[in-house]
Design a protein. Structure first.
Length: 182
């Protein structure tokens, strides 16, 4: 438990430090350390055991984005050739976007009495948001394919949230028939 507390404390301190002192190198080192600690924490969760159920494994993907984005941000602050926009998009498009869809799909299924299992559409939503985040982070590193990657990223994100609205909007607005469980 102490390891988890330390990993989270380092992450929170590093991110808060970056918000207040965005160019202070030691904060970058703290973020790299926090990323390593949180990645180690993620590895201990045995995510491979969740691969059969995307509703669970997507939470691991979202947390991996958090560790990855923190590492990129720290490296950017330390002067490595890492664009800060790559770090910010790994944290926002990657970690936040993935976790938002993960929690919304899980909560919608649970609150509407449906099985807590991802169907094909839900799995597609997860693949689309992940692809969009990968494309957006890659765009920050690209000199040749930037515009193509930005368009791909935006398109994948729109598709992910659009598919969520289509599938889960109907699920949330239309009642289940009595005794029906999907």
């Amino acid at each position: 438990m102490a390891g988890s507390s330390g990993a989270l404390a380092a992450l929170h301190t590093g991110l808060l430090g970056w918000a207040v002192f965005p160019e202070f190198g030691p904060i970058g080192a703290l973020l790299v350390l926090a990323a390593a600690l949180n990645f180690w924490r993620l590895l201990r969760w045995r995510g491979s055991a969740t691969l059969a159920e995307p509703l669970l494994s997507i939470l691991h993907v979202g947390y991996a984005w958090l560790a990855f984005g923190s590492a990129l941000l720290g490296l950017s602050m330390l002067g490595w050739w890492v664009p800060q926009s790559a770090a910010i998009h790994a944290l926002t498009a990657g970690a936040i976007g993935t976790m938002v869809l993960a929690v919304m799909t899980r909560a919608a299924r649970g609150h509407t009495g449906r099985a807590l299992s991802a169907d094909r559409a839900t799995t597609a939503i997860y693949m689309l948001v992940t692809g969009g985040a990968v494309a957006r982070v890659a765009a920050a590193f690209s000199e040749t394919w930037t515009m193509l990657l930005l368009v791909a990223s935006a398109s994948l994100w729109i598709a992910a949230f659009g598919l969520f609205a289509l599938v889960y909007g109907a699920m949330l607005l239309l009642p289940l028939r009595v005794g029906q469980r999907q």
